[in-house]
Structures are given as structure tokens and as C-alpha cells.
Write a protein of this length. Structure first.
Length: 411
């Protein structure tokens, strides 16, 4: 298709980061090879973006910065107040985007971040074709699994479910869904909810990807040559990340002299350390605490298998990073990681109940620990899978195809 004028709404957009800020940056930077791109993002991102653009200019890429008044900014924490701030930012974004449409002649608007289907994107009200997503948030903890959580964790799940229900009832959220020429859902669960509120043109497509710079870094990750298999989990130590399931499974697998390393910190750390101690695993389950990205990648290079038993997650960037580094992944057949980890690149464990999940995770650990050839074959397959489907130039080609469909329907 010919070069168009695209406005990307990316509340989170920041070079040199993972998760949503990295997604916003990678999408905008890569899209500029195909279209003239304006990115609407937060003013707090300006300094780091302008520094990156000075070091490595990207023709066809411009940024427009927006934040709401400073007295409202002071209310951005705690989390429930931040949600109100995000809602107001999206409202203010409408007026900035309207001016851009008038002055520049924007052909299409794409909402990239935040990736949450139950918050509105007011730019969808503009008389311009609108692409929404990929967005997620439709995933819930499997029935019966909340009982293993602390009271605080169970309260969190209840509040999350209530907030999502309120969001689904918001007329502006439903308007966003109805006005989307194309809507992309990060998971099947999110797609079902988006269709239910009016997003009839919804397809499943994960939001996250890997850049060419990432691939170079992962190529530098060393391969281990040792008989002692090392499992690794990376992430914030939160109840819904399921690290307790990984620890219990590691105990059931009884793999001597294997080790289980956990990188990250959070409110569940003490509880997880107590669990490892109760199971007699304190000498083989090591909590390494939070690490910088370079240190984390070095630890990934010292490990053999990533264990990621998350119970509700739209993405799972760490899974893609492990696959790109040629490490097989053990995850649940649930939410975003189940989409990312294809057959032959790892093991997806069915989710029925806690006992079954921990037993099947243990079986997966034993299988991979006992066969280095399988680990190596899965590692090679994982890298090919990432390059074929989650390399950002490939993802942007897919988005461009969607743009073409949306624009064709508008003519």
C-alpha cells in the first residue's frame, strides 16, 4: 500500500524498556519504514525519546507530547488513582488528535498502548479509520486457584474483576469497540469479551515482539554445558504469577542436582521463601532478587529452561525472550503465554486444578531435564518461531495489511 499518515496513540512509549513502553516504541519506530507516523504519548517520555532520536534518527517519525495538569499528576498513585489519570489522559488525547487530523490530514489512527480493552480510547470518536490494539485484560484466574492465594491476593482478584466489569459497562469503552474498523485481542479470552461489547471485527494477535537489537543481544547469551540442569523464572513476585506452582512442581520432580533460580522481587517473596523451606528446597531454590536487564540476560544464559506458570497474563514478554535466546519454555495452557509458546518450542500444561497443574509441571521438568537433545531442538525451534512471527518488522507488515483493509472499507 502507498505511504499513509498514521497517528499512533501510545500512552506508554519509551526506548530501552520492555513490556508496554517498549512495545509502543518498537511499533512506532518500525512502522515509520512504511508510513509517515505521528506518535501521541506522555510528556514524561520526551527526554528519553528525543535522546534516542538524536542518536539514531528515524525519518518519517514524529512525536507529540501530552500530559494533563500538574495537580492531577500528583494523584497518579496509588494504582486506582492512576487509572483515573489514564482515563483523563485519553480524554485529553482526543482534542490533540482532532487538531492533528485537521492540520496534518491523518489517514488512520492506531491505539497501541495501554493494552487494556476495558479502558476507552477517545480518539476512536474521530471521523478517521480506527484500529484498536492488540489489547488484553480479559484473562481471569482459573476457577479454584484463588484458594491458594493470600487474603490480599484474593481481594486483588475480586477488585480486578469488578473493575473490568465496570469498564465493560462504560459506554465509551463500548463506543471504542463499535467504532474499531479492526480490533486486535492479545488472547482468546480478551477477544471473546471484546466481541461481547461490540467489537465484531476482532481477531487474536499478540501485542509483544522482538526487535533486531534484541536478537543481537540474545545471540550473545552463552549456552551452558553442564549436567546440572537449571530452571529459571523471571518476573515480579505476585500471587498471579504462579511461582508457587513452579516451586511445588520442582519439589515433586525431585531432580537432583537440578536448581531453580527465581529473578525478581515483590510482595510474595517471603511467602515463596517459606514455601521452599517447608518443602526442604532452600538449598536448591535460589531467590536472586531484582536484576537489571543485562544481568537478567546473563542469568538466562546460565539457565536451561524458563518456567512461567502465570495464571492470567495477556502477554508474557519473558517467554518470547527465552525463546529468542534458544531456551525452551514451560508454561500453562492459559492466556498469552499459551499463544506465544508454540508446539515444539516448549511445554504447555493444561489447567484443571492445582494438584493436576503442579504434577504436570513436574512431569515437564523431568522430561526436559532428562534429555538435552530435546532442550536443544526446542531451543532452535523457539528461535525460528520468534523470527517468523514476533520479529517487529514482521509484526508491522501485519499491521500494514490491517491498515489496508480498514482504509479500503472506508473508501
Amino acid at each position: 500500500m502507498k505511504r499513509r499518515r498514521i497517528l499512533i496513540s501510545a500512552f506508554a512509549c519509551r526506548p530501552g524498556m520492555g513490556s508496554e513502553p517498549g512495545t509502543g516504541w518498537a511499533c512506532a519506530r518500525t512502522m515509520a519504514a512504511h508510513h509517515d507516523v505521528w506518535v501521541l504519548t506522555r510528556s514524561r517520555n520526551r527526554d528519553v525519546i528525543e535522546k534516542a532520536m538524536q542518536q539514531d534518527p528515524v525519518p518519517g517519525l514524529q512525536f507529540v507530547y501530552l500530559d494533563i495538569p500538574s495537580w492531577i499528576l500528583r494523584l497518579r498513585k496509588p494504582r486506582h488513582e492512576f487509572q483515573a489519570f489514564y482515563y483523563l489522559w485519553q480524554f485529553a488525547a482526543y482534542f490533540v488528535a482532532r487538531r492533528l487530523c485537521r492540520d496534518v490530514g491523518i489517514d488512520l489512527i492506531h491505539h497501541v498502548t495501554y493494552q487494556k480493552f476495558w479502558a476507552p480510547s477517545f480518539v476512536a470518536l474521530l471521523p478517521v479509520p480506527f484500529v484498536w490494539g492488540p489489547v488484553g485484560g480479559g484473562e481471569s484466574m482459573p476457577r479454584g486457584f484463588a484458594r491458594r492465594c493470600s487474603l490480599k491476593g484474593r481481594m486483588y482478584e475480586g477488585i480486578r474483576n469488578l473493575a473490568r466489569w465496570i469498564g465493560e459497562c462504560d459506554p465509551f469503552v463500548r463506543m471504542t469497540a463499535r467504532r474499531s474498523k479492526r480490533a486486535l485481542a492479545a488472547t482468546d479470552e480478551s477477544a471473546a469479551r471484546m466481541r461481547a461489547i461490540g467489537g465484531q471485527q476482532t481477531t487474536v494477535y499478540p501485542a509483544i515482539g522482538i526487535t533486531d537489537e534484541d536478537l543481537e543481544v540474545f545471540d550473545a547469551v552463552a549456552s551452558r554445558k553442564t549436567n546440572a540442569v537449571r530452571f529459571l523464572s523471571i518476573g515480579r513476585l505476585l500471587h498471579w504469577k504462579g511461582f508457587d506452582l513452579g516451586i511445588v512442581a520442582f519439589g515433586k520432580a525431585n531432580l537432583l542436582p537440578a536448581e531453580y533460580w527465581i529473578v525478581g522481587d515483590g510482595p510474595e517473596r517471603e511467602r515463596l521463601e517459606d514455601l521452599a523451606s517447608q518443602l526442604g528446597l532452600e538449598s536448591r531454590v535460589h531467590f536472586l532478587g531484582p536484576k537489571k536487564r543485562a544481568e537478567t540476560l546473563e542469568i538466562l544464559g546460565q539457565s536451561d529452561v524458563l518456567v512461567h506458570p502465570s495464571l492470567h497474563e495477556s502477554g508474557g514478554l519473558v517467554c518470547l525472550e527465552a525463546l529468542a535466546a534458544r531456551r525452551p519454555v514451560i508454561c500453562l495452557d492459559w492466556g498469552g503465554p499459551a499463544i506465544l509458546v508454540a508446539d515444539g518450542t516448549g511445554v504447555r500444561v493444561a489447567v484443571r486444578d492445582v494438584e493436576q497443574v503442579t504434577s504436570d509441571l513436574a512431569d515437564a521438568m523431568k522430561r526436559l531435564a532428562g534429555d538435552a537433545d530435546i532442550r536443544e531442538a526446542m531451543g532452535r525451534a523457539g528461535r525460528r518461531h520468534v523470527e517468523a512471527h514476533y520479529f517487529w518488522p514482521r509484526k508491522v507488515e501485519h499491521y500494514c495489511s490491517i491498515y489496508g483493509q480498514a482504509l479500503k472499507e472506508t473508501v
